[in-house]
Design a protein around this ligand. Sequence first.
Ligand SMILES: Cc1cc2nc3c(=O)[nH]c(=O)nc-3n(C[C@H](O)[C@H](O)[C@H](O)COP(=O)(O)O)c2cc1C
Length: 192
Amino acid sequence: MSVFELIYLRRSIRRFKQKAVDYELLKKFADAGRIAPSASNMQPLEFIIVDEPDTVDTIFDHTEWARLLPNKTGRPQAGQQPVAFIVILVNKDHETAWIGHDVGAASENIILTAMQYDVGTCWLASINRKKIASLLDVPENYRVDSVIALGYPDEHPVMEPIKDTTAYYRDETGRLHVPKRELYDILHRNIF
Ligand SMILES: Cc1cc2nc3c(=O)[nH]c(=O)nc-3n(C[C@H](O)[C@H](O)[C@H](O)COP(=O)(O)O)c2cc1C
């Protein structure tokens, strides 16, 4: 699949099959994050792969999912939870003003590489950073930025042109619909 096709087909996944993702694959995803663009090439990011089931469960407890959906229906139910996390750490000693850009580039590298191996992801910033840092023994000079949940997808969200709201929703079959603004609404040529 071309990179463009991967980009088009990528959706955040919040229901996963309970099948482990091979550690070598997870390492490959982190490697894709490692070589992402980085402002001044400072490379302040490090990653913790969490694939030990009890630790995955505990991190899961410190995450929030799809806040726009009612009654926590966006949260993966028992039997559909992620099987691994990649925790994105920032080394504060090497952090620049562009850290958000670094994290974004690395995360998208991880997410698209995972997709190429049929592994679904959901990037999560609504997390309890303190609890996760303490659980994983993260040193003082690092901070937890966000986590990427991983696993083989057990749902097939669909992207659609936006109607009146950006809010994603589940239809009567439970399928997630993700509205996106149209290209002609956001693209300008030569002048705004
Ligand atoms: C920086 C960032 C933080 C996010 N944090 C969460 C989160 O905490 N929980 C969640 O369920 N989804 C989270 N998402 C996923 C978004 O909800 C999702 O990207 C958006 O609804 C569009 O859907 P799509 O990824 O399928 O295109 C986050 C996405 C980004 C880029």
